[in-house]
Design a binder for this molecule. Structure first.
Ligand code: PBG
Length: 334
């Protein structure tokens, strides 16, 4: 290879046009999925203490919000419910209520905005009195196969309401295969599955648990006997491989920024559509630092999202998605 002074890599960094011309990765509105929180009722827009500028919307308010999302060219949204405590029980039975918050929302959104991609979480935690993602036995262990049976019915219910993507987020073994079979056998062969394949038992989820109202129910428990140990990466490849073989269409890694190595490994090995979830704690860290003027929110958010692209992501779930789409559309960022 030629050496200095023949080669001066700084030449390509000289000016804005040159940097744009040689950029290896770009972020567009097509890369974004926006997670949204829903509550029952009317005309509600509740603040979430640990997530500044993120709200829980009642369906009527959500539909108004979705108009903005659609015109910002964001391709898809991900829905999460905050369920009243009185509706929670040990088996999360409200998850199977066809008139529950999420099934009603899917119907209404797909009717009004048929071209928007709608994705739902397949897991029981917003519906269980103990806040775990599945059924538990007397010692508090989350039961795998019994839980998967309920997840299958939850996924089918969402598919019947017209959801485009179901996203099992519970890390039970074998759930993708069971859900894929059920969809195939019930005339929903085109419903996509985005598998939370590598979901770590992370400490970055706490603001989300505040948003969906599971913090207190979960109190002294953790999710370490089903979510992955954050010391592991080979295991993420096994999880992704199993999910792909069981019929997943897209793979997700969660959280995002601390797990760029996992994203890159999965993308390189399987070449599947791969996504990252920039989770609530990542959002809140940036919000807290930028509200103190320690960091520039817009610049830092763009840097994190481009990092996901560089690591190999096809798209990113981020609570910043609507802001980012607006910045991109107004050409405030490159
Ligand atoms: C639960 C679920 C969680 C998130 C998405 N789905 C939290 C958890 O596993 O406790 C976290 C998202 C975030 O932190 O933004 N099924």
């Amino acid at each position: 290879m030629k050496k200095y002074p023949t080669i001066r890599p700084r030449r390509n960094r000289l000016d804005d046009w040159g940097r744009r011309l040689t950029a290896e990765n770009t972020l567009t509105t097509n890369d974004l999925i926006l997670p949204l929180f829903l509550i029952d009722g009317k005309k509600k827009k509740e603040k979430i203490h640990s997530m500044p500028d993120v709200f829980r919307f009642s369906l009527d308010e959500l539909l108004l919000q979705i108009e903005k999302i659609v015109s910002s060219k964001i391709p898809a949204i991900a829905l999460f419910p905050n369920v009243e405590n009185s509706l929670k029980d040990a088996t999360g039975s409200e998850a199977l209520n066809p008139n529950g918050i999420i099934p009603k929302a899917i119907l209404a959104i797909k009717k009004e905005f048929p071209k928007l991609g709608v994705m739902t979480d397949i897991a029981l935690d917003p519906y269980t009195s103990h806040g775990q993602d599945g059924l538990i036995n007397q010692s508090g262990y989350v039961l795998n196969d019994e839980t998967v049976e309920i997840l299958k019915r939850q996924a089918l219910l969402h598919a019947e309401m017209g959801v485009d993507i179901v996203a099992p987020s519970d890390m039970m073994d074998g759930r993708i295969g069971v859900i894929r079979d059920a969809l195939e056998n019930n005339a929903h062969s085109l419903t996509r599955i985005m598998a939370y394949s590598a979901k770590y038992a992370s400490n970055f989820y706490s603001p989300f648990r505040d948003a969906v109202g599971t913090t207190e129910n979960l109190s002294s428990f953790d999710k370490k006997n089903y979510q992955m140990n954050f010391a592991n990466s080979e295991e993420a490849l096994l999880e992704a491989e199993l999910d792909i073989n069981e019929g997943a269409d897209m793979i997700m890694v969660k959280p995002g920024l601390p797990y760029l190595d996992i994203i890159q490994k999965i993308k390189t090995k399987f070449k599947m559509p791969t996504f990252a979830y920039q989770v609530s704690g990542e959002y809140s860290m940036i919000k807290a630092a930028s509200s103190n003027k320690y960091l520039d929110e817009k610049k830092v958010v763009m840097e994190t999202l481009i990092s996901f692209k560089r690591a190999g992501c096809d798209g990113i779930l981020s609570y910043f998605s609507l802001s980012v789409a607006n910045w991109i559309n107004k050409q405030e960022v490159q």
